[in-house]
Design a protein around this ligand. Sequence first.
Ligand SMILES: [Zn+2]
Ligand SMILES: [Zn+2]
Length: 365
Amino acid sequence: MVSVKASVLSDTNGKFSLKEVEVPPLGERYIRVNVTTATTCGTDVHIWKGELPAPMPIILGHEAVGRVDEAPANSKDYLGKPLKHGDRVIWGFVDPCNRCYVCTIENLPSSCPNRRAYGITAGFNDYPHLNGAYAEAIMLGLNTPIFKLENDIDDEIVSPVSCALSSVIKGISVLNPRLIDRALVIGAGPLGIYACAYLSELGVSKIVSADLVDERLKMASQFGADFTINMKEHQSVESIKRELQRLLGDEGPTMVVEVAGDTRAVDLGIEVLSRGGRIATVGAVVKGEVRYDSLMFIRRQISLRGSLAYEPRHMLEGIRFIEQTVDKYPYRKLIGGTYTLADLERVLNEMREKRIIKGAIMVTR
Ligand SMILES: [Zn+2]
Ligand SMILES: [Zn+2]
């Protein structure tokens, strides 16, 4: 292979161009994977619209499935399984250093100060250039957690394990969920829908999904939510709180997962939590301020936790989760359609306008 097609975003004017990109030599430091399918993520939309800083030009795309094209001799996946040409794989979008304090002592490679995030912080001008999934091939650094896929579940169903699903699994895990929990999931986009399904499989006692869009709430019900609240029907936080008390009892939710992408959802979550309640903020990756009454926060002994992306252990859990529940939840409904690399602008626009939850870019076969 001499060159591959890649969709390159040049700057924030929102124009992608399909380019033929020369494939650099593999050397000993990379594994080259042919991307078969990449699914779109809200982060793509934020970068495309200039709401999240990223190096330009850039090949976006960080949620994908592919097949190993070429790997250095004796390459192995994260669990030690040998990797060879043709193996179907999924990989984490963060390539950490695995040596710093954050990686080793905190065990949070997602926050490694030396990390490269494919399609997010690794630009097209950074060697080896093929650093995003909206291209026929991606060059993965050797610290990237790669998992060999041994199922035959369709690419577009498995692909979200590499961002949305694993991020949600981590966001819930940091709250140490219990069977007696009453959970409130704020936001019923892709993360919120996965959150309902995962909480449901964990067996927490009650799950409430809250959003502003009825169709999304309907979807959350199909993915395990026991109750839904359309926040548009409520004039105030007080009114939402009363509705939660009606559904869950006077103490309200014991845990809140914010996957709405808005700091106001964090304010709301803190306000409605029970005494001793815990809240994880996963979606509000925007500049903003969280407001809470500090006296109430202390009196009620609330725990607030930020959760960024995921660690390899959450990805493994994500793969198992999809394998175990593929026939139980209508995952196909999360994919609004299939597209090609040339359609990126259109699919990101459809996501932005909330007409689809995700799009699947069919890259190679
Ligand atoms: Zn993502
Ligand atoms: Zn590190």
